[in-house]
Ligand binder design. Sequence first.
Ligand code: SF4
Length: 324
Amino acid sequence: MKAIGLFSGGLDSAVAIKLLQDQGIEVIALNYVSPFCTCQGKHGCSIAELAKRNNIPIKMMSKGTDYMKIVRHPKFGYGSGMNPCIDCRIFILKGAKKYAKEIGAKIIFTGEVIGQRPMSQRRNTLDIIEQEAGLKGKLLRPLSAQLLPPTEAEKKGWVDRSKFLSITGRQRNQQMDHAKKMELDGFLCGGGGCRLTEKEYANKVRDLFKHSKRTSMNDFSLLNFGRHFRMGQTKIVVGRNERDNENLVRLKNKVDILLEPADCVGPTTLIRGRKTKEALTIAASLTARYSDSTQESVNIRSQGAKGAITVHKASEEFIHKIRI
Ligand code: SF4
């Protein structure tokens, strides 16, 4: 018997997977990736490494561009940030259902726990998610199974319901005890990390939607790096460290412009959107502000172009005004 388990890389989904594996079920852990996901193991290892270390066969899938439409227009609204949790769960379960059909898996399950998350794991919300995903009566939640009506897999005897759990609420003590007994290693206690729940990141997403009718994966990936500034239809992103600088170079598209200090160490700056003379000067003054130069005026060059312009460093007051 084959089953698909949604796998965020967090403790709950790992315990759920082991509960099924312990009943002799062949489990494939389905992990969805997107530019918003920061999921990783305790020591910074990737989800794939974490799965391998714990003998969990994993299938990774991109949420793709259709997911971006859901983030922009969620039917069931947002959580505390720009996280459309209910729509997100429905979206990934629909994907899981399709994949289950492809590989002949009869059971789909999650690590959800009744009452653990304010938006997507309330009792009535679990029902809505199941219904909207086309899995009514079929979605198994092993961590809370004994408190929920029996699913198809339990009724038909594909799995033994008595071996599942009756966990509710936000505490994770019980999951931790089980994880210890199951010898699960390296999982972070919470669920998977999602940047859409973060206040600052949510502001950047709102700004992006406000100024762009169409958005790409690249636009969302860019939100993960650097300090972001807005000047009308121009977005300016200034790297904070070497990693940011490298990623700004990587994410630059054909029409973006990159700037960097000409004579001292400093950030890479990316300009996206309208390139007016004013916007270029402001981007250069921001680059100068975050450079190592002690001079008030700094030479800035555009990557690949000859020559440099000299600008004054942007003032703190101005930075505050245009920072997203
Ligand atoms: S926290 Fe993020 S990944 Fe998790 S359900 Fe909500 S939107 Fe989806």
